[in-house]
Design a protein around this ligand. Structure first.
Ligand SMILES: [Zn+2]
Length: 261
């Protein structure tokens, strides 16, 4: 199995399980009922455009780049002779740390926010929102990751592991599921749960400046951006961006949202 096949296997597996859970234990029943197919088509189209664009720009992929850097002894890890499981785990942690700060940057930079806004103007967040990103944001994110993998010499194993873990957990924390409270409170110690990440999608601006992590809650806790409660009532929780009306029209409208002032 190639790394692409392994990643696709995990992605489709998690997607399938979470779609079923959304049917049986939805957080917002209206979201699962409001003919999601058009949204889903838009979201997967965005994802396919992003994959094609990144394949065009970096045909070997991030893993291929990591293999090249490693075989040429490039990067800090290789210079320090860091190898094996220690290097692989350290690489995953570094990449996750970078993604946390990248996410914050996409919120604080007005120019980058225009791209990231597409992810946030979705008022009906569900598992497919995890792939709802502007293709240009995906390209910039790839560029950042290439620089990090190159300068630190992060091993290819870390890249594969990180991509699988991040995409699986992003699907999980965007899913429209309501976990039983007792279980949720335990899982919350280790992972960003759907109810925690939902606060990041709150229509209230200050709340959208919380919970930037996509995997573990520790970066948010360390840098003071962690929140587990919202000012909004749980049964009337509104997601999206203030002053944005309907946003799930067609693919072109979504792509052109970055040009809106
Ligand atoms: Zn965000």
């Amino acid at each position: 199995m190639s790394d692409t096949e392994i990643r696709l296997f995990f992605f489709l597996g998690c997607l399938g399980v979470l779609v079923i859970l959304e049917l049986f234990m939805p957080y917002n029943r209206a979201t699962t009922k409001t003919r999601p197919f058009k949204r889903w088509l838009n979201h997967f189209s965005l994802s396919i455009i992003s994959v094609l664009l990144t394949k065009l720009l970096l045909p070997v992929g991030l893993v291929g780049a990591a293999i090249y850097f490693q075989s040429n002894g490039l990067g800090l890890f290789n210079l320090l002779n860091l190898t094996g499981w220690f290097a692989a785990i350290a690489g995953v942690i570094v990449l996750d740390f970078v993604i946390y700060w990248q996410h914050r940057l996409f919120h604080t930079s007005p120019l980058l926010w225009r791209l990231h806004r597409l992810h946030h103007i979705d008022p009906n967040v569900d598992v497919t929102t995890a792939v709802r990103f502007h293709p240009v944001e995906i390209v910039i994110s790839l560029g950042i990751k290439v620089v990090v993998v190159f300068t630190l010499g992060i091993p290819p194993e870390s890249v594969v592991l990180f991509e699988i873990v991040l995409s699986s957990l992003a699907l999980f924390n965007h899913s429209n599921i309501q976990m039983p409270d007792k279980i949720e409170r335990i899982v919350r110690f280790f992972l960003i749960t759907p109810s925690v990440h939902r606060i990041h999608h709150s229509v209230i601006h200050e709340e959208s400046q919380k919970n930037f992590g996509f995997s573990v809650p520790y970066w948010d806790q360390l840098f003071g951006t962690y929140a587990t409660s919202s000012r909004q009532a749980k049964d009337q929780f509104q997601m999206g961006v203030e002053d944005t009306v309907n946003t799930n029209e067609n693919l072109l409208t979504l792509l052109k949202d970055a040009l809106r002032s």
